[in-house]
Design a binder for this molecule. Structure first.
Ligand code: BEZ
Ligand code: FE
Length: 301
């Protein structure tokens, strides 16, 4: 008969889980139990408070739909997505690869194909911009025909997914770089936006007196055989929230600003941004996505 108190409960749980055949699952769950118990002891968690915590997590799960991933949002506002990404980046062999950023909850697979020079803005309108550059490896060698997914809000600060209508696909596209790894496409300048604030994660952020905004940005996901998938985003320097992103996605190397008259700009007369991406070799340590197309996690019923 076990006779457990607040101190030996942790060891008892770990002992009971010790036969877990999957060694990595055993390691993760042991550490999770140790840290969770230490957290409860540190804050002297009361039953009432723990029930509130459970109610919040329940609400987070219930807020998930094929168009919305509230758990990813929770991971993002707690800085956990950034932490996991940063640790994954550190396992890359090259230190010069483009820095990563959050996938976020608005990525969608199977975005419409866009020809080089085409636009991703079909419905939304706003001030036009052009993004162009080249995808290379760490030695500067072009990565031919890299596949690039881009997605962003429009000038209204909203993603197409926020229309909750799967037939609406706008401000996103899939491009194939040319044989020299070069790309260019037209878009409209995105607007910064608050993370979805009408759910349990927004409630938490509000109670913490945080502004809830992300600076204006363009998401980019690049893949090519033999290279680690790059999940990143480019952030506009002129956004008021570029130094206080609610989900900690900004790095200095990812900050951009559109400019007229850039040398090599492929389309004259339109404010342009040149950004060259550097891919790291695939080391077999898995992908860098904390996130997913929401419809893959909660299929439409
Ligand atoms: C986004 O950039 O799409 C995003 C990332 C994290 C939370 C909310 C939105
Ligand atoms: Fe975003």
């Amino acid at each position: 008969m076990q006779d457990l108190d607040a101190n030996d409960i942790t060891d008892a749980v770990i002992e009971q889980m010790a036969q877990t055949p999957d060694a990595r699952l055993r390691e993760i769950m042991e550490a999770a139990v140790r840290h969770l118990h230490a957290f409860a002891r540190e804050v002297k968690l009361t039953p009432e408070e723990w029930l509130k915590g459970i109610a919040t997590m329940t609400a987070v799960g219930q807020a998930c739909t094929p168009y919305r991933q509230e758990f990813i949002l929770l991971s993002d506002v707690l800085g956990l997505s950034r932490l996991v990404n940063a640790m994954h980046d550190a396992t890359g062999r090259e230190e010069v690869g483009t820095e990563t950023s959050l996938l976020g909850p608005f990525f969608r697979e199977s975005a419409p194909k866009v020809a080089l020079g085409g636009t991703i803005a079909h419905i939304k309108t706003g001030p036009e911009i052009v993004l162009f550059g080249q995808v290379t490896d760490a030695a500067g060698k072009p990565v031919p025909h890299a596949q690039m997914d881009v997605w962003q809000t429009g000038a209204d600060g909203l993603y197409d997914l926020q229309a909750h209508d799967p037939s609406v696909m706008d401000m996103r596209g899939q491009l194939n770089c040319d044989a020299e790894g070069r790309y260019h496409f037209r878009s409209v300048k995105p607007l910064g936006y608050p993370i979805p604030m009408d759910g349990p994660v927004g409630d938490l952020v509000t109670r913490q007196n945080r502004h809830g905004f992300r600076p204006a940005h363009i998401h980019v996901l690049i893949s090519a055989p033999g290279y680690r998938e790059l999940v990143t985003a480019l952030y506009f320097a002129d956004d008021a929230h570029v130094d206080s992103d609610t989900v900690f996605g900004v790095s200095a190397s990812l900050v951009i600003q559109e400019q007229l008259g850039l040398p090599d700009a492929p389309i004259a007369g339109v404010p342009s941004i040149r950004y060259d991406f550097t891919l790291s070799l695939d080391t077999g340590s898995g992908g860098g996505r904390v996130g997913s197309d929401p419809s893959r996690l909660v299929p439409a019923g």
